[in-house]
Design a protein around this ligand. Structure first.
Ligand SMILES: [Cu+2]
Length: 261
């Protein structure tokens, strides 16, 4: 009897916290983030209503069929009911997965728009580096032998290539608001993960691979970029920021950085 009541109370408390959106995600800053949240809410409502009904029914069964000193009865169950709820669950899950995949694939399977600003990302134990092509719009060649973290060349930009002379490297990510951005993700050692909560995006970075990844941030502000793959003892300190700037501020920053070279 008491157990049934505990199940009901727990169900009500859980539903209260979900519906009230306490400890919720930070607001999204991109169209993808909004689409992601809308899909997340649909999934949560569908599964939430089923969860609520199932838990209330569970509490009811506990109360109704509690031990009253009678004898237990064996039943074979009901085949029709089994088929109905198994099929309904399958249709529901496949439907939700298909709807969610559409939003996920728009980022991961579709190419970035041709005018996207390309930024290279280098992840390593335990720091981030970002490279911009500079005013000439071209990335300089890389030479692994010239990688020098202390000397400010974490990418190993080849000093002999003129296209690399104006390349800008930064320890934090700066992007213009309202413009498509394409990141090219690389790792120098182990698997890391690029994650920005407000973009609702997360992508593994695998050594030996160049992984393209695109988004458009519409909201000016500073957002945390924590490495989200346990990558070693210093994993907890592998974090930087993504600063979304107005186009004018971004252009100014890039020019200033390139001029300092
Ligand atoms: Cu990492």
């Amino acid at each position: 009897m008491l157990l049934g009541v505990v199940v009901w109370v727990l169900t009500l408390v859980i539903c209260y916290f979900f519906i009230g959106h306490y400890w919720w995600f930070p607001p999204p800053i991109s169209q993808h983030g909004q689409a992601y949240d809308a899909q997340f809410n649909i999934t949560l409502w569908v599964t939430g209503v089923i969860f609520f009904c199932a838990q209330i029914a569970l509490g009811y069964a506990i109360v109704k069929f509690r031990d009253r000193g009678g004898t237990a009865r064996y039943t074979h169950g009901n085949n029709v009911l089994e088929v109905v709820w198994t099929s309904a669950t399958a249709v529901l899950f496949i439907g939700l997965v298909l709807a969610g995949t559409r939003i996920w694939a728009a980022v991961h399977f579709e190419d970035a728009p041709p005018d996207a600003l390309k930024i290279e990302v280098m992840a390593k134990q335990f720091a981030w580096a970002f490279r911009y092509p500079g005013p000439d719009g071209k990335f300089g060649r890389l030479d692994l032998k010239q990688v020098d973290d202390q000397g400010g060349n974490p990418f190993g930009i080849d000093s002999k290539d003129p296209a690399g002379k104006d390349d800008v490297t930064s320890a934090s990510l700066k992007v213009p608001a309202g413009k498509p951005v394409e990141l090219i993700l690389r790792s120098r050692d182990v698997i890391h993960n690029f994650f920005v909560r407000e973009l609702r995006l997360k992508q593994d970075i695998v050594p030996g691979m160049e992984i393209p990844f695109h988004f458009q941030a519409d909201q000016v502000g500073t957002y945390e970029v924590p490495c989200s793959e346990l990558c070693g003892l210093g994993h907890h300190q592998m974090r930087t920021t993504m600063e979304v700037m107005t186009t004018a501020d971004f252009d100014k920053w890039l020019q200033e950085q390139a001029a300092q070279k």
